[in-house]
Design a protein around this ligand. Structure first.
Ligand code: FAD
Length: 752
């Protein structure tokens, strides 16, 4: 038999989104990577072979400011541009192109890793190599490297290496998880096969195959919502096998799922209850999409309480925000809802200690097999979160190699360094301030041509008309308090004399955007008028750090707020009327803050409000040494409106000349907007209008400016510009045009 040996710095097994993001991030840090997948395409469950749509912390728009950045963020944004129809085949190629763009990655598709050579070396257990069989090529390959990442979903590599893991659900008292069963068991979330349909515009018949199940003999028609036009991931609830062994019984599970799909389609086509005459069955998956199997044990097990309490970890290297989403073990045959979902009040951190094995020293993991309890896995398993974790694990492995330490030591003594490196890569971390000692921008004075000072959409983004939001419900306005607040003015129509009631709430955590703790309350007497008037609400609020608060205007019959169809960064309007994502097969708790105060109804629109004193939330300094994503404020520089003849600029000035080799820029791609690879919710823009489109980078020499880079038609969030080394006392970015919005916005400007 043909054999070969591949030596790399890092071997990543599993070509799902966790593996892809791990491989790309390590490769970008200069490491050679072997990326091995046993399927002909990348993407795992998101690929065209399974067709699960990628969701993450945005949770179908229920969370706020939660979309992932880094590698998974780039994939989302690129897919949005290339694939407005949400075609899973195009998504495959978006992922493939991103991997092929990295010269440090060697990709091995159709290669199934089946053997692991692991043993004790110098008192620690390590993986020495893994062996994979490439189908169709009749080739055995041995992969050797100092580090291995198990991103296989099922966790076969760690299992063969002797890594400790869990199967099934922990007992309630093990981690004090109220949603865990009283007694531990081996029940899982089941597997699913999806199907696509197509309207041919002429009558099409369907003769059910012999294997089709008569679903009228099951609870499906009465306990699940069936709609003739639904396709793909809308049918996530065709789930089964949770009481079996998901891997060992995989074949049986596949047969059951396919028989039910043909049964559902027979019911839709031939029962006479649906308008489906012209619909055809276009595609039925052949591979069961697996939700759950092994979960490895790391030095930390992420739990329900970590998610709901939003535990602050010093080594948080990724985040989640999807609900804890648990399904009944009977899956599609359950009579209760197909999923029960519970939310944290905002995004939560996942520690690096959940991404490496506690007993195999050179084994890391990312994806659905990380160190999390069954309940916490209910949230961390979604694919953008897996991708963010992949980036963290890949970056962690690269840094461990550079520093010559094991992941455990990295977590214990180099966590801050790892987080800084992740932030520099624009990965999905929050609450981390740029303190990169190599970033020369931190030693510069930061100046801007102008700065936006108002959150009033009419001033921030002039244009458009006032529209009316009746105050029939309490309305909350999330606003930045930077540095302090004396009063907020709201443009309102108050037709008759009224005493209006307002309250001010803090959000519990800086990453949150919901009213959690009431701090101030006041009543304001307003003289009635048919015309809109600015109502001044005196609220003295002096936080130690800038923070965002929610000002609530209480419902008042006949009174209206005015708003504009423009989104001011870091400002949200929350209507107190419970709303989830509209999936009738899901049960949510309407009293939870995120559901009770949805951002969805007013997203993209901003209530007319003014802060006293004027806000400093959009200062130039936010783009240097900042957090790079929403954290108690928008965390970006926004200019006054750009005019065609007057570009806006952000400038770094050094007292002593510096030698510059690289400029890194991060632009705003509105992380409050949910993206979904297959467009669960279609966003109107193929390119985020907030992104800077055309810009020039310049350095100053001898008192004059020299252009070092010019970009037109940018549609990316992060741009890295390597320069011929140049000595200079100033550098600047001149923003010539954006993809739509009227101001220049820069999230980060770094200099190396
Ligand atoms: C039906 C269904 C609905 C879901 N709903 C959503 C949703 O709406 N949105 C969402 O984001 N998530 C959803 N999830 C969860 C999500 O799909 C998984 O948790 C996620 O895919 C895990 O990512 P991963 O990279 O760890 O694993 P996977 O996506 O499973 O990828 C692992 C890859 O490794 C390969 N592999 C396995 N073993 C080997 C081996 N020995 N050698 C080489 N390669 C190997 C596999 O073939 C696969 O390609 C759903 C899951 C299912 C099944």
């Amino acid at each position: 038999m043909r054999t070969q040996t591949i030596d790399s710095d890092i071997t990543v097994i599993g070509g799902g989104l966790a593996g892809v993001c791990a491989a790309i991030s390590a490769a970008r840090l200069g490491k050679t990577v072997a990326l091995i997948g046993n399927r002909p395409v990348l993407g795992g469950n998101s690929s065209s072979e399974v067709r699960v749509w990628v969701v993450g912390a945005t949770a179908h728009g229920i969370q706020r400011f939660a979309r992932e950045s880094g590698v998974i963020g780039e994939l989302y944004v690129e897919n949005q541009y290339r694939n407005p129809e949400g075609n899973p085949i195009i998504w495959d190629e978006v992922v493939m192109d991103a991997v092929r763009a990295e010269p440090n990655i060697r990709l091995f598709l159709n290669t199934d890793v089946r053997e692991v050579d692991a043993g004790d070396v110098d008192g620690e257990r390590v993986v020495r190599s893994v062996r994979g069989w490439t189908m169709g090529s009749e080739l055995w390959t041995e992969f050797r490297s100092p580090y291995f990442l198990d991103c296989t979903g099922d966790g076969l590599i760690g299992h063969l290496a002797g890594a400790e893991y869990r199967l099934g659900r922990e007992a309630r008292d093990e981690f004090g998880e109220s949603w865990a069963p009283e007694v531990a068991d081996e029940e899982f979330l089941g597997s699913t096969i999806l199907f696509y349909t197509k309207d041919l515009g002429r009558p099409v018949k369907f003769v059910a195959p012999d294997s089709a199940k008569d679903i009228t003999q099951t609870p499906i028609p009465t306990s699940r919502i069936l709609r003739s036009g639904d396709s793909g991931a809308h049918y996530w609830w065709i789930e089964w096998g949770g009481m079996l062994d998901i891997v060992h019984d995989n074949e049986r599970i596949r047969d059951e799922l396919r028989s039910v799909i043909f049964g559902i389609w027979d019911y839709i086509k031939n029962s006479g209850r649906f308008e489906a005459e012209t619909l055809d069955l276009e595609w039925v998956g052949a591979l069961p999409g697996k939700r759950e199997y092994r979960r490895f044990l790391g030095d930390h097990v992420l739990t329900q309480n970590d998610i709901l309490d939003q535990t602050e970890f010093d080594d948080a290297v990724a985040f989640g925000g999807w609900s804890i989403d648990l399904h009944p073990v009977e899956g599609m045959y359950a009579t209760e809802a197909g999923a029960h979902q519970r939310y944290s009040d905002g995004i939560y951190g996942i520690p690096f200690r959940s991404y490496y094995s506690r007993n195999v020293a050179n084994l890391l993991m990312a994806g659905r097999d990380i160190s999390a309890s069954h309940v916490a896995f209910g949230s961390s398993r979604v694919m953008a979160t897996c991708g963010a974790g992949g980036e963290a694990a890949g970056t962690g492995a690269a840094l461990a190699l550079d520093l010559g330490v094991r992941p455990r030591e990295l977590a214990a003594t180099h966590a801050a360094e790892l987080r800084q490196l992740l932030l520099r890569q624009d990965a999905s971390v929050f609450g981390v301030r740029n303190e990169d000692p190599d970033d020369l921008a931190l030693r510069a004075r930061v100046e801007a041509s102008s700065v936006a000072r108002s959150i009033d959409p009419a001033e921030f983004a002039p244009g458009g008309d006032d529209r009316v939001l009746p105050l029939t419900r309490d309305v909350g306005l999330l606003v930045p308090v930077d540095p302090r607040l004396e009063a907020i003015q709201l443009l309102m129509r108050v037709p008759a004399d009224a005493e209006l009631e307002f309250s001010l709430w803090t959000t519990g955590r800086p990453q949150n955007a919901v009213p959690i703790d009431e701090r101030l309350r006041t009543r304001v007497a307003v003289a009635g008028s048919p015309d809109p008037q600015w109502v001044r609400v005196p609220f003295e609020w002096n936080p130690q750090q800038p923070e965002s608060v929610v000002v609530v205007a209480e419902a008042h019959e006949g009174v209206e707020l005015l708003y504009r169809a423009a989104q001011v960064p870091g400002v949200l309007t929350l209507v107190h009327a419970p709303q989830a994502d509209g999936d009738a097969n899901v049960e949510v708790d309407e009293s939870e803050a995120l559901i009770a105060w949805p951002a969805i109804p007013m997203r993209g629109r901003t209530v007319r409000a003014r802060l006293e004193p004027a806000t400093e939330a959009f200062d130039a300094a936010k783009a240097v040494g900042g957090y790079q994503r929403y954290y108690g404020g928008p965390q970006l520089w926004a200019s006054a409106p750009i005019a065609a003849d007057r570009p806006q600029e952000l400038r770094l000035e050094w007292d002593e000349p510096v030698e510059l080799r690289q400029l890194r820029v991060v632009f705003d791609d509105d992380q409050d907007v949910e993206l979904n690879t297959l467009h669960h919710h279609r966003t109107p823009d193929e390119v985020f209008p907030e992104l800077v489109r055309d810009y020039v980078l310049e350095v100053r020499r001898g008192g004059g400016w020299i252009e070092v880079a010019r970009v037109v038609d940018n549609r990316r969030r992060q741009r890295v510009h390597d320069l011929d080394p140049v000595e200079t006392d100033a550098a600047r970015i001149r923003v010539l045009a954006t993809n739509g919005v009227g101001q220049a916005r820069v999230v980060a400007l770094r200099a190396y």
